[in-house]
Design a protein around this ligand. Structure first.
Ligand SMILES: [Fe+2]
Length: 372
């Protein structure tokens, strides 16, 4: 058996290559759109691709599964419940995929998403029992995957966690994330064991109702470009560039500089509409980071764009993405709306139309600018 974990520092995602050293067949699980490193390994080791498996339709990174299968053959696998616009091999709960002498056993573990599967790895020559489980975004190290990315279900997540924690203690757990927005309390380690999580994962100790209540708590921000990434992974649009794949330097501006900003500048609040409505810097227009890639055309490229969020993290990442997409004049507001409010400066309030164009045009007119 051959096994390798790939950790993508840009999005906190983990992907995996499993192969039989006997048959030289390989399976790649949750591949990133940057498929070159898998290809290099396949070539170096003389492996050929048998399966590309997405444990679920990802919302935080663009999958490379279709690209891999198109170039190298093999089956593109998703759970039978997956709603996508391209053909795939449907996986069923309890099914076993042969990979040389190895067996990849499918375990349907919905919750984060309805079609999420975990993959149990069995090497019958060593043991009839599984030695490891790839859990996607069901069981994470110290956490479980959030159910609020669309289509998720906290009660189903409870059942799936319970099912996974019935596995033997020794089973090594390799999740789909080691950091990032998919779990609120991940510990950062890239793997764990069932036994450790059963004892020390704080969610494993919760009864059903407190578990559901915990996962249903105030919805945090949706990740950067989630709309475009998910639609791309469903085959509905083709925006592989929607991932933040670079780390460009972004300058920050202070609150004083923000107050005396060039009237030509657009101030873009990338928080969720409910956050924006509860208090925003006057003149800021709302375009949630989740929808940024889908709505790039609404932003003028020939004006400075200042980005603001709650504390400065989302605006920084959104600004990096805009730079990646060729926007030249992009700045992030240090400290965000929270610092603005703490400084006692006035806040605008109220609902926001979810179409930024209309808001931008309105606010633009108020600010005395010409329509972008
Ligand atoms: Fe996910």
């Amino acid at each position: 058996m051959y096994f390798k974990q790939f950790l993508d520092e840009r999005c906190g995602c983990a992907s995996y290559l499993i192969a039989s050293r006997q048959s030289h067949e390989a399976a790649i699980i949750d591949p990133s759109i940057a498929i070159e490193e898998y290809e290099t390994l396949l070539a170096q080791r003389g492996f050929h691709l048998r399966y590309a498996i997405d444990t679920h339709i990802h919302a935080d990174h663009v999958s490379g599964a279709r690209r891999l299968v198109a170039k190298h053959g093999g089956d593109l696998c998703l759970h039978e419940a997956a709603q996508v616009a391209y053909p795939f091999r449907p996986l069923h709960d309890g099914e076993e995929l042969a990979l040389g002498q190895l067996r990849l056993r499918v375990l349907h573990t919905p919750g984060h998403r309805p079609e999420l599967v975990s993959i149990l790895v069995v090497n019958p020559e060593r043991s009839p029992e599984p030695s490891m489980v790839l859990t996607g975004d069901s069981l994470l190290v110290g956490d479980v995957g959030r159910p609020d990315f669309g289509g998720g279900d906290a009660a189903a997540q409870y059942e799936s966690l319970t099912r996974l924690l019935r596995l033997p203690d020794w089973v090594a757990v390799f999740p789909g994330h080691f950091e990032g927005p998919c779990g609120k309390g991940m510990c950062g380690r890239p793997s764990t064991t069932i036994g450790f999580e059963r004892l020390f994962n704080p969610l494993a100790r919760l009864e059903r109702i407190p578990f559901i209540d915990h996962l249903s708590e105030a919805v945090p921000a949706r990740p950067l470009n989630i709309s475009a990434i998910e639609a791309t992974n469903r085959g509905l649009v083709d925006r592989p560039w929607a991932m933040l794949a670079s780390n460009p330097a972004v300058d920050e501006i202070s609150l004083d500089e923000l107050e005396s900003r060039d009237p030509d500048a657009i101030l873009l609040d990338v928080r969720e509409p409910v956050e924006y409505a509860s208090g925003h810097v006057p003149g800021a227009v709302n375009l949630p980071q989740a929808d940024l890639a889908d709505r790039l055309d609404e932003l003028p490229r020939d004006h400075p764009v200042f980005l603001i969020c709650q504390g400065g993290y989302r605006s920084l990442r959104a600004a990096q993405f805009l730079k990646q997409m060729g926007f030249a004049q992009v700045l992030s507001v240090a400290g965000g709306t929270a610092a603005w409010a703490e400084a006692g400066k006035p806040l605008g309030r109220g609902e926001v139309d979810d179409r930024a164009t209309r808001v931008i045009e309105t606010e633009w007119a108020h600010a005395g600018g010409s329509t972008p």
